[in-house]
Design a protein around this ligand. Structure first.
Ligand code: PNW
Length: 486
């Protein structure tokens, strides 16, 4: 039977600014991620690959070509991109006065940005960056692509985070990024400004991309991987908690400062993007593995969504919400959940020597492995979609899903199998409204650099030429017919 998708289903691809923009035009150098991937010691210790984003696909200038591919070659009706906070505000916004409300726990609970503040912020932007993003977004609209804009897809300005100083001695580092609630206040200013400056061109906003990965790979990774390369359950929890608050305050800003409607989706639809994974115990017969897998699922898939949708801030991670952990005042909204799904992980008990609940290690599942050693497990997508809808009752977009496949042998199968599972989830009753494949083209895969090729199009590092992989005609057929082949 032909599998048809609901009318109006969004078909797209996803990218992020730091991963695709550079390579043509002015680079964005004033971020923690820039510092991290250029740091000699990180390169020497192989924490990062040594590849750098200035060799990227160059979308800062080649965006017209990208959107042409998306619309004409892939038959897509949507696109997910991000804007780079550090490019827009290379200099501090800390001097702009706003009213900050804190709750009885001392946490930021609201940031009030006024018209005067927005004018001041405007004066602090890099005008070339703002103009550049307006042109990019205008081009997407001209191509009649529904735009999902991610506000935070990982780099933060250098004036808020010195990841090298934090790596070397986090306690004495002055610029501590998401460990510090000052970053939340500045994020509120940036998102208020972005909603005002770009709102007439944006259909859907994602406040934050994968809070958990920012925490896990930055603060719970051994060996180090993402900035600032620490292993500390305590810092991990602080960062997750602060990213929850960052969602909350930025949700307020976008709702307040973007009142224009660009499509029949209505003004300012604001959600969040989470990576949800399928976790299994490495040995289902070993109670410690079973317990570890349960804890990891709670911590990695559930904690953040519970905080922003229910106000459940389970600070002590015991799975029950005591009165001081109930924070209904933090529930502002989350209009959709963006689900990034790639793989399944096996969880094994492994002693780390700190908080015993964090005594675990993750390994790939038992299926065939991709270039990144991630296991291909399509049923996990149907599982996490049902899981997210059962718990949170929000419309869902699959905001990322894709495979590293340098030989171009398995992307077609990966795509078809995952879309089959997505369709099954819709038949289960899950309101999935769109699918964004990661990624439109090969790009800068963070600490792994260019070796990991997620693109539907391969990119030549020198000429920037985009060459289709075998999945391009397949995805075009699906997107333009809104059906999955038999
Ligand atoms: C996502 N994991 O990150 C990001 O949103 C993208 O920027 C990135 O390029 C893409 O997925 C591919 O990695 C992830 O360890 C990073 O399971 C790590 C994991 C998952 C997603």
């Amino acid at each position: 039977m032909t599998k048809r998708f609901p009318e109006g289903f969004l078909w797209g691809t996803a990218t992020s600014s730091f991963q695709v923009e550079m390579g043509r035009g002015s680079p964005s150098k004033d971020s923690d991620w820039w510092a991290w991937v250029h740091d000699d010691e990180n390169i020497r210790r192989k924490i990062v690959s040594g590849d750098t984003p200035e060799d990227g696909p160059g979308s800062w200038e080649l965006y017209e070509e990208d959107f042409r591919l998306a619309k004409k070659e892939l038959g897509n009706n949507a696109i997910r991109i991000s804007i780079d906070w550090a490019r827009i505000f290379p200099n501090p916004t800390t001097g702009v006065e706003v009213e900050v409300t804190r709750d009885e726990h001392g946490d930021v609970s609201h940031v009030e940005v006024n018209e005067g503040g927005l004018r001041e912020l405007q004066g602090l932007t890099d005008p070339e960056a703002v103009e550049g993003y307006r042109e990019i977004l205008q081009e997407a609209k001209r191509r009649e692509l529904t735009v999902m804009l991610t506000l935070y897809h990982w780099p933060i300005p250098s004036w808020l985070h010195d990841p090298i100083a934090c790596r070397d001695d986090v306690d004495s580092a002055p610029l501590r990024g998401w460990l510090d609630q000052r970053t939340i206040v500045e994020f509120a200013k940036y998102t208020a400004y972005a909603a005002r400056a770009f709102g007439d061109l944006v259909d859907l906003y994602a406040t934050i991309n994968e809070a958990r990965i920012v925490g896990q790979h930055g603060y719970l990774s051994d060996p180090p991987e993402f900035p600032p390369g620490l292993y500390s359950p305590e810092h991990f929890m602080t960062v997750l908690h602060h990213l929850s608050i960052a969602h909350v305050v930025s949700y307020d800003q976008v709702k307040r400062w973007d009142s224009t409607s660009t499509s029949d989706l209505g003004p300012a639809t604001v959600g969040v993007v989470c990576v949800l994974q399928y976790f299994d115990p490495a040995d289902p017969g070993n109670p410690r593995d079973v317990e570890a897998a349960r804890f990891v699922e709670y911590l990695y898939n559930e904690w953040f969504l519970n905080s922003i949708t229910k106000g459940d801030f389970d600070v002590n991670l015991d799975g029950t919400i005591e009165p001081h952990e109930q924070r209904p005042h933090m529930v502002r909204g989350c209009d959709f959940i963006g689900v990034n799904y790639y793989t399944r992980w096996l969880v094994k008990h492994a002693v780390k020597g700190g908080d015993p609940r964090f005594d675990y290690a993750l390994g790939p599942g038992g299926g065939e492995l991709t270039d990144s050693n991630w296991d291909v497990y399509p049923p996990g997508l149907r599982h996490v979609l049902n899981w997210a809808y059962d718990r949170y009752r929000r419309p869902i977009y699959v905001t990322e899903n894709g495979i590293t496949d340098s030989k171009d042998e398995r992307r077609v199968g990966y795509l078809l199998d995952h879309l089959g599972q997505l369709h099954a989830a819709i038949e289960d009753g899950v309101p999935v409204l769109g699918y964004f494949h990661w990624s439109l083209m090969d790009n800068f895969e963070w600490s792994d650099g260019y070796k990991m090729r997620f693109g539907l199009y391969n990119v030549d590092r020198e000429t920037k030429e985009r060459t289709p992989t075998k999945a391009v005609p397949v995805y075009r057929e699906i997107a333009s017919s809104n059906t999955l082949p038999e």
